[in-house]
Design a protein around this ligand. Structure first.
Ligand code: FHN
Length: 416
């Protein structure tokens, strides 16, 4: 049976791109810093009059933008899909929209960067996905969120939905080839009937397009976690964690508090060990360049994935163990288990309690070197455990052992 979620579950790692007029401000307006960490909300957080904010379009000219380099970075970082902000809450279309003039085509740059991304994603085998803010729109008098230029009591949201959202979503799904996913955001109190209509519209145009959970009312094909929120245990449904590399989605040169490559690798293997995906953000600068530090971090993650990607792509959660695993966690693919040693034990003997399935072999994933193991039955707890003699680590972050099982993985039940 055709499973439209398969590519998403196999992919496990995607690139999020937040880029728009807000990137030009870098978190500052009129010499003042925006009060919140995120740069892309600056228009609202600083109540910038629409007429002023719109002037940014007059000088948007990211001459260093290179769609091929960005998609290549995505591929080299081991990411399998790319989710691009076609219209964020500020209402500005980062593609050639005919619905209004508030688009990238009406800037000195005047290039349809979404067409460029579509082309290069095709060349590099990356699935193109589109972010679209369906409720908040600070440019439109009837969109949600701008109560400093427009009187909220006069808003007619449904009029906005029909005038801008539906036609733009139609353009996006008609003009840019097959789209892997529509990534909606902040539905707030959007009426459920309109969310349903939006879902129907997407599926009528591209039946295979996945819809993320933030369409609202549980109408999505999978769940999005809160931003930067890692679940504590596996979820039954497919899920995705959107994550920033520093503390903002849109470009902010003053935020240099970057996550380390190790933290990203750990988040990725943790997410997969709980059956989820990681969507990791970059925020290009006003010239279209990806911040150097983001590139450096992503390349290191990519180099780890070159060696250990087998334990991530197409892998998912293993059954839960009755005890916590202080050294890391497991990912699993059919009858193969991948043991992620994120905190490498000082002692080389390691025991995994409650491990019930017969083991055929254990190898270090990168070198293929055999790892000695034995199974021990402990009558005191009436429980089996797997004992291993760990090899030298082959990664400073996450050494992975590949465990071939004789059958489906089973763990002891916690006696609760
Ligand atoms: O408000 C947005 C925010 O700017 C950013 O786009 C994130 C990404 O997940 N989504 C919303 C907040 O959750």
């Amino acid at each position: 049976m055709h499973d439209k979620m398969k590519w998403f579950r196999d992919a496990r790692f995607g690139m999020f791109i937040h880029w728009g007029l807000y990137s030009m401000l870098g978190g500052h307006y009129n010499g003042k810093e925006t009060p919140d960490a995120v740069g892309e909300w600056i228009m609202r957080h600083m109540r910038i009059p629409l007429a002023e904010y719109k002037k940014l379009a007059g000088s948007f000219d990211p001459v260093r933008w290179d769609a091929e380099a960005v998609v290549r970075l995505c591929r080299d970082s081991g990411m399998k899909y790319l989710t691009f902000t076609t219209k964020h809450h500020d209402g500005f279309a980062m593609y050639d929209s005919k619905v209004s003039d508030y688009t990238i085509m009406h800037t000195p740059f005047g290039r349809d960067i979404l067409k460029e991304l579509q082309y290069w994603c095709g060349e590099y085998g990356i699935t193109l996905c589109l972010y679209y803010s369906q409720m908040q729109d600070w440019e439109d008098p009837d969109g949600d969120g701008n109560d400093w230029d427009f009187d909220p009591s006069k808003k007619n949201f449904e009029a906005y939905f029909r005038r801008k959202v539906c036609p733009q979503v139609t353009e996006l799904l008609q003009n840019y080839g097959p789209i892997g996913m529509m990534w909606f955001d902040t539905p707030y109190d959007m009426p459920e009937a309109l969310c349903r209509e939006l879902r129907e519209l997407v599926l009528s145009l591209q039946p295979d397009c996945i819809i993320n959970g933030r369409i609202g009312y549980g109408l999505g094909d999978y769940l999005c976690t809160g931003d930067n929120c890692m679940p504590t245990r596996p979820w039954k449904t497919a899920w995705e964690l959107p994550m920033t590399l520093n503390h903002t989605w849109g470009y902010r040169p003053d935020d240099t508090d970057w996550k380390s490559p190790s933290a990203v690798i750990e988040a990725l293997s943790q997410a997969v060990s709980m059956g989820g995906n990681l969507l990791l953000n970059i925020g290009p600068d006003p010239l279209g360049q990806v911040p150097e530090e983001s590139v450096r971090i992503l390349r290191e993650v990519g180099s780890w994935l070159e060696d250990f990607g087998e334990s991530i792509y197409g892998a998912g959660a293993s059954p839960e163990f009755p005890y916590c695993l202080p050294w890391g966690g497991f990912t699993m693919k059919d009858n193969t288990l991948y043991m992620h040693l994120l905190r490498y034990p000082a002692r080389r003997e390691l025991a995994v309690y409650g491990f019930l399935t017969e083991v055929r072999s254990i190898r270090e994933l990168r070198t293929g070197k055999d790892v000695p193991f034995s199974v021990f039955y402990d009558p005191a707890r009436n429980e089996k455990r797997l004992n291993l003699i760990l090899p030298d680590p082959t990664s400073v972050v996450d050494t992975v052992l590949k465990i071939e099982l004789a059958g489906p993985m089973r763990t002891a039940d916690a006696p609760v």
